[in-house]
Design a protein around this ligand. Structure first.
Ligand code: GLU
Length: 485
């Protein structure tokens, strides 16, 4: 059975890159009817952060990535790692190293000065048994290091294809620290084996660790899992995604009000898309489970583009709103829209509820995109902006001052006579006005729309007139005529 794991170190929050790893692990398991487990890699006691694990789990659950097994905690499994470290020593794949911090620092300094790769110089690799024993008895502190095999280590990464490392260039990493806690490399490999992980899916930054892990699997005589290293996440300027250029914690985006559907959808597309000329971009978690495959994960770094997240958020708002209001009357729908933006409106806008409800319907898309701008977007219904009379003209539509005046005077005359003030009757009357004048639609409707709204971009002219009502419409036409005279 396919089994994946998300194995975060609890640093205090869930990084967007972590969410992407968790999501791909989850999707791959679901798609293949396998299992997805959660393992907390908390062996680094120095980096312990209060509440980090709870936070992490809360965020994962919020998104909907429920794990099938776990959470397992490495801090509760230290005995297991100790046993395994001993096995490696016994079989000659690991050794005790008694080098002091000072010696190691000095060694690194020299290597750096010589522009050499900084790696352990194997001073302790072949210490005689008796010397090791004596040092241990004397209570000298030591770590256990992996003895990297000096051979070519090759593997086929499911994303990156064939990869190889020369064992000679890979450091003898510490597997057990002097405090008796394992490091990432040992605990990770032991757990992946014991927990029967078939596919290790993780960020590209772990690629250089993979030869160490493969050497450990070989040392234990265990089957090696499949590896898939996910592309780096990048800032828009193509540098590695960093806190300095924006938020990296999923929580920050939750706090800002992004929906879980949008976040999931956006994160899924950071390094993957369904391919095959597929245009569809809006996916539910369920749909992603169907569509996901590791073959479609890209090698190149994925740019974290906040505009794209905004776009997903808006599309999801629309999607959810449409579903929610599908069977509603326009009045009910308007109430729903009002709920979203009411807190951002001005007091004078809230006074005329009937007008307000009509007004919000005309800016539905904008409210769903960003309700904060609603007050500005609907203000022209309540207060006519002080506009330049040039707004009433339009060169391409052949509306000069003369034409605008002519059209508006005729409109004024026709609308004064109109009793039944509905969008439909307004449309009919105004199209008749156009006909009587023998001009093009735009030559009447452009100056009228400008006169009614006083802004360059606005909802349509018939609905604007309907919402403003007869009295206000005629008043605004009068104002425009006076500007033109
Ligand atoms: N604990 C590692 C991390 O924090 C896990 C890396 C892996 O998946 O192997 O990302």
């Amino acid at each position: 059975m396919i089994k994946t794991r998300f194995a975060p170190s609890p640093t205090g929050y869930l990084h967007v890159g972590g969410l992407r790893t968790a999501l791909y692990c989850y999707l791959f398991a679901r798609k293949n009817k396998g299992k997805y487990i959660l393992r907390i890699e908390d062996t680094d006691q120095e980096r312990y952060v209060e509440g980090a694990e709870e936070n992490l789990i809360k965020t994962l659950e919020w998104v909907g990535l429920h794990h099938d097994e776990g959470p397992f905690r490495q801090s509760e499994r230290t005995e297991i790692y100790k046993e395994h470290a001993q096995k490696l020593i016994d079989s000659g794949h690991a050794y005790r190293c008694f080098c002091s911090k000072e010696r190691l620092d000095e060694m690194r300094k020299v290597q750096m000065e010589r522009k050499q790769a900084t790696m352990y110089d194997r001073k302790c690799v072949d210490l005689p048994e008796s010397e090791v024993k004596a040092k241990m008895e004397a209570g000298e502190s030591f770590v256990i290091r992996q003895k990297m095999p000096y051979e070519l280590i090759k593997f086929k990464d499911l994303v990156r294809g064939n990869v190889q490392f020369d064992g000679k260039t890979v450091d003898d990493s510490v597997l057990m620290k002097s405090d008796g806690f394992p490091t990432y490399h040992l605990a990770n490999v032991v757990d992946d084996h014991l927990m029967e992980i078939t596919h290790v899916i993780r960020g590209e930054e772990w690629l250089p660790s993979t030869p160490k892990h493969i050497a450990l699997y070989n040392a234990f005589g265990w089957e090696i899992p499949e590896f898939a290293h996910l592309p780096l996440l990048l800032n828009p300027d193509k540098t590695k995604l960093s806190k300095r250029q924006g938020d990296v914690a999923v929580e920050d985006y939750i706090k800002k009000g992004y929906s879980k559907e949008a976040i999931t959808n956006f994160v899924a597309f950071l390094g993957w898309n369904p391919g095959g000329g597929e245009e569809k971009e809006i996916f539910t978690l369920k749909e992603l489970e169907e569509a996901f495959s590791l073959e479609k994960v890209h090698k190149a770094g994925a740019v974290f583009n906040i505009e794209k997240l905004d776009w997903f958020n808006w599309r999801w708002e629309k999607e959810k709103f449409q579903q929610e209001t599908e069977n509603m009357t326009p009045e009910q729908k308007a109430e729903k829209l009002l709920e979203k933006c009411e807190q951002y409106l001005q007091d004078d806008q809230k006074k005329d509820k009937e007008k307000l409800l009509k007004a919000v319907l005309t800016v539905e898309e904008k409210i769903l995109k960003d309700p904060k701008d609603t007050a500005a977007n609907i203000d022209f219904y309540f207060n006519l902006p002080n506009y330049d009379k040039e707004l009433l003209t339009h060169e391409k539509m052949k509306v000069d001052f003369n034409q605008a005046l002519l059209s508006l005077e005729k409109v004024q005359e026709d609308l004064q006579k109109l009793e039944d003030w509905t969008e439909e009757s307004l449309k009919q009357t105004l199209l008749e006005t156009v006909q009587t004048l023998g001009v093009k639609n735009g030559q009447v409707l452009w100056p009228l729309r400008s006169a009614l709204t006083g802004v360059q971009f606005s909802p349509g002219v018939f609905e604007s007139a309907w919402i403003l009502g007869k009295e206000e419409t005629l008043k605004r036409i009068e104002t425009a005529i006076n500007k033109l005279k």
